[in-house]
Design a protein around this ligand. Structure first.
Ligand SMILES: [Zn+2]
Length: 413
């Protein structure tokens, strides 16, 4: 991709409304644009990152038998009345009437819709278990949308739903999903703490939250410095410095964090209310046991910036970077820009995703933009580099001069 054609240009000054690092840097670097409070466009660079995040999630969910589909976002009041959540969730739901006075909501989750699908299409124990997921926009009527793209009124989420013949089978799969989530967040580059939270009215079981440690995070969690124990502040009765209630050896640490995923073993709460049954081996009607799971893709985008940046800009982990390398031509008007063009073509042919800064700007402006955008490898071609390429990693200060073949080896290594 030629940077001269990339939409839009970077900005030197962050927007006045930006109250967080991710908001400032993502807007300045041209990844997102704010339409109104809590509502953002994913610009081409931002869309590239979210697509990579979603593809990584997709791989891990497919590996545990998830089937992808796509459900509607506009829901009739009647389906939300079946679970009683039209009233219960009024605070966070966008609810409205059409021209004929009929009531609808914009979706913030899909338990009711999945339950309706199961009720229509699942007859027997032979049709279970089932695991389905989708990626879609979610709407939440946040009173105080803030923290940039982390707490929006409209955001992208992946949600997975599983249905089972028994509580036991549900919990068995549930912990498979917890492991898959750990893998997803590790692959995304996060250090994750899994914390227990209350199941609320839905279930006796605890739910789980996947928390990224971050100084500016809005959540407060407690975790053990030795084992995998963790709880959110709503259910932890002790305080920082206590000995770990699980292993007894570690110390309880208190930290700020950003919640990027959560999982809910819901049991038969929905089946009981929505009359979702299957026939067991003896033909007896039994309620379907259910669980739901979610990862906020655009929230992950914001959290990645919160945990990986410096005073110059974003530092993308390679697996989620919008491009593999940032090629910068500093040969000015000389005949030598032919070399940068040639390297661009070769990288393209070798399957490397390149952002090529072909603009007629000063070296200072180009290098500052490269630091702001944050692609992990910066390649400079200039009169000084001769027939080599100057390579610098975004998170390191040293540069090295490499031949094309050495570069390719490094990138594929
Ligand atoms: Zn412990």
């Amino acid at each position: 991709m030629f940077q001269s054609q990339l939409f839009p240009k970077t900005q030197k000054i962050p927007p006045k409304s930006a109250d967080s690092i991710n908001h400032k840097l993502l807007v300045r670097a041209g990844f997102i644009d704010q339409l109104m409070t809590g509502s953002f466009t994913l610009l081409p660079l931002g869309f590239r990152v979210v697509t990579k995040i979603n593809n990584l999630i997709r791989e891990e969910l497919d590996a545990i038998g998830g089937q992808e589909m796509l459900m509607p976002l506009l829901h009739p009041k009647s389906i939300w009345n079946e679970s009683g959540r039209w009233e219960k969730a009024k605070e966070v739901m966008f609810q409205f009437k059409d021209n004929h006075g009929k009531e609808y909501a914009l979706s913030f989750t899909h338990e009711e819709v999945v339950m309706d699908l199961i009720r229509k299409h699942i007859k027997s124990y032979k049709d279970l278990p089932l695991s389905v997921y989708h990626f879609s926009t979610k709407f939440r009527n946040e009173k105080r949308a803030r923290s940039g793209i982390i707490r929006g009124r409209e955001f992208m989420m992946n949600d997975l739903y599983s249905a089972h013949v028994s509580e036991e089978d549900m919990l068995n799969y549930y912990f498979k999903v917890v492991e898959a989530y750990k893998k997803i967040f590790k692959r995304l580059g996060f250090v994750i703490k899994v914390t227990e939270a209350s199941g609320g009215v839905f279930t006796q079981n605890n739910t789980h939250e996947f928390q990224v440690l971050s100084e500016n995070g809005e959540d407060t969690i407690f975790y053990c410095d030795k084992c995998d124990w963790g709880q959110n502040k709503e259910i932890f009765a002790g305080s920082a410095g206590d000995s770990c209630p699980k292993c007894k050896k570690g110390e309880v640490i208190k930290a700020n964090s950003i919640e990027v995923g959560n999982t809910f073993p819901l049991g038969t709460w929905y089946a009981d209310r929505m009359k979702v049954f299957y026939a067991d081996e003896r033909g007896m009607k039994k309620p379907v046991s259910f669980a739901s799971y979610g990862i906020g893709s655009t929230r992950v985008l914001g959290a990645l910036v919160e945990v990986s940046h410096d005073d110059k800009g974003i530092i993308w982990f390679p697996q989620v970077s919008p491009f593999d390398v940032h090629l910068i031509d500093l040969s000015g008007d000389s005949m030598d820009d032919k070399r940068a063009n040639e390297i661009y073509s070769r990288l393209f042919d070798d399957g490397i995703d390149v952002l090529y800064d072909d603009r007629q700007l000063s070296a200072g402006e180009k290098l500052a933009d490269a630091d702001l955008i944050g692609i992990p490898f910066r390649l400079v071609v200039s009169l000084q580099t001769g027939d080599k390429i100057e390579v610098k990693k975004r998170n390191e200060d040293e540069t090295q001069l490499l031949s094309y073949d050495e570069l390719l080896k490094m990138l594929s290594g």
